[in-house]
Design a protein around this ligand. Structure first.
Ligand SMILES: C[S@@+](CC[C@H](N)C(=O)[O-])C[C@H]1O[C@@H](n2cnc3c(N)ncnc32)[C@H](O)[C@@H]1O
Length: 414
């Protein structure tokens, strides 16, 4: 056994030991396909770490990466590939996931993998040849349109984030087929496996949290935040905010109120953060710079943000009112030790004339989230209704309008 084989065995054993590999077929594929041949310029140790590896960036923003192996394992389990399946992947990247899928569908199946970038498609072709995987059809094109010549597909999977479920993907699935995609839902990205029903609606079979680079091309949506003070950006969940109004609110910091529940980073971003965005108009996320251990004492709002995935961040509600603009933001309690991974004691700080009423709403939403059992993305049930179709009975009460569909969200106890 060579060094690469040993490193791969260690990676797969590790993923299995922490419960990330529940399907024997997926485990076998990870053991068989040599990831390092899809990352030829990356040291062996990194190629077999359970980490995403950025492979392309534009202006400092990652545009392609080899996804984290354990996230790939979760998504391959969600995709539930069977021998003989025809599958379309949108986001070929290095070609590694396509090679794993080719192994899972076997010689009777077929994998088509599309990438928008010709250089990446050329690279994926070289990697697949080096790994002696001949069964993948690579296509350079905009996956927002799917790939009609290969349709219909039993499975369509996006390995790139989308803010919409496009009619092309739904139209290219077989009846009862499954679409798996990282879907943006008011600022929370979830990997959702959607089964196409006879009534034309798609219902979630499973939902997991995830973090993927965004779709380029005709399906791209701008998720840029509005930068306000101290390098802090405000990302509204449902509409744009006027930076001048946010600045005016931030210039008038007001009282703080105690939040009874301590919050960890996952609670703040994917748990309560998701809940607030789904239930409160004006919900927003606040994003500061990277957490800098050499600058433990930044000033102002950045000093009160929480450490989330190496960034200073928070959530809150912004609104304009006849009395003036206001913001209520969840902030660290001074008793919290941000060097730990949390959960931390937190407070809500009001800014501007409308801030205190917004603090009431943040506190009420936190209490409702706790009463509902602190739901996370995994607890949601989604029904995606393409434009022009009526909502089926039993679809959730929370409605998120996307470009070509409405997503009905059913949280537990809602
Ligand atoms: C996270 S990477 C995919 C990783 C890949 N599955 C692998 O195994 O290496 C996302 C990919 O989506 C591609 N992409 C972005 N927008 C696209 C589009 N509209 N159509 C097709 N591919 C797109 C990017 O170029 C990038 O290579």
């Amino acid at each position: 056994m060579g060094a690469a084989d040993r490193a791969r065995a260690r990676l797969v054993d590790g993923m299995r030991d922490v419960g990330r590999l529940c399907s024997p077929a997926v485990e076998e594929a990870f053991r068989a396909v040599p990831r390092h041949l899809f990352l030829p310029r990356v040291p062996l140790e990194r190629a077999y770490a359970d980490e995403a590896v950025a492979t392309q960036s534009v202006d400092g923003v990652t545009t392609s990466s080899a996804s984290q192996p354990s996230m790939m394992a979760i998504m391959l389990a969600q995709l539930d590939l069977r021998p003989g399946h025809r599958v379309l992947e949108i986001g070929a990247g290095t070609g590694y996931n396509a090679a794993l899928m080719a192994r899972l569908v076997g010689p009777q199946g077929h994998v088509v993998s599309v990438d928008i970038d010709a250089d990446l498609v050329d690279g994926a072709a070289r990697h697949l040849a080096a790994a002696e995987v001949g069964e993948v059809e690579l296509v350079c094109g905009d996956g927002a349109l799917g790939h009609p010549p290969g349709a219909p597909y039993d499975r369509i999977v996006l390995t790139v984030g989308s803010g919409d479920v496009r009619p092309e993907w739904v139209g290219q699935l077989v009846p009862g087929g499954r679409l798996l995609l990282p879907l943006g839902l008011r600022g929370t990205q979830v990997s959702v496996a959607l089964d196409l029903g006879a009534d034309g609606a798609l219902r979630s079979a499973s939902v997991r949290r995830c973090s993927f680079v965004r779709l380029r091309g005709v399906g791209a949506v701008s998720e840029a935040g509005t930068t306000v003070d101290g390098g802090v950006s405000v990302l509204p969940a449902d509409s744009r905010v006027d930076p001048a109004l946010v600045r005016a609110a931030l210039a008038a910091p007001g009282p703080v109120r105690h939040v009874p529940e301590p919050l960890g980073a996952g609670d703040l971003w994917d748990g309560f953060g998701m809940w607030l965005a789904l239930t409160e108009p004006g919900a927003c996320r606040l994003l500061g710079g990277r957490v800098d251990p050499d600058d433990p004492d930044p000033d102002g709002l950045p000093a009160e943000l929480l450490p989330v995935r190496d960034h200073a961040a928070s959530i809150g509600i912004f609104a304009d009112s006849p009395a003036g603009p206001g913001l209520a933001a969840v902030v660290l309690d001074p008793a919290a030790n941000p060097v730990t991974r949390g959960p931390w004691p937190v407070r809500v700080r009001a800014f501007g004339p409308a801030g205190e009423a917004l603090s009431d709403r943040v506190l009420a939403a936190a209490a409702a989230w706790v009463d509902a059992g602190r739901p996370a993305p995994e607890d949601l049930r989604l029904t995606v209704v393409p434009d022009g179709l009526p909502p089926p009975p039993g679809a959730g009460a929370i409605v998120v309008d996307q470009g070509h569909c409405r997503v009905f969200v059913c949280p537990p106890a809602a």
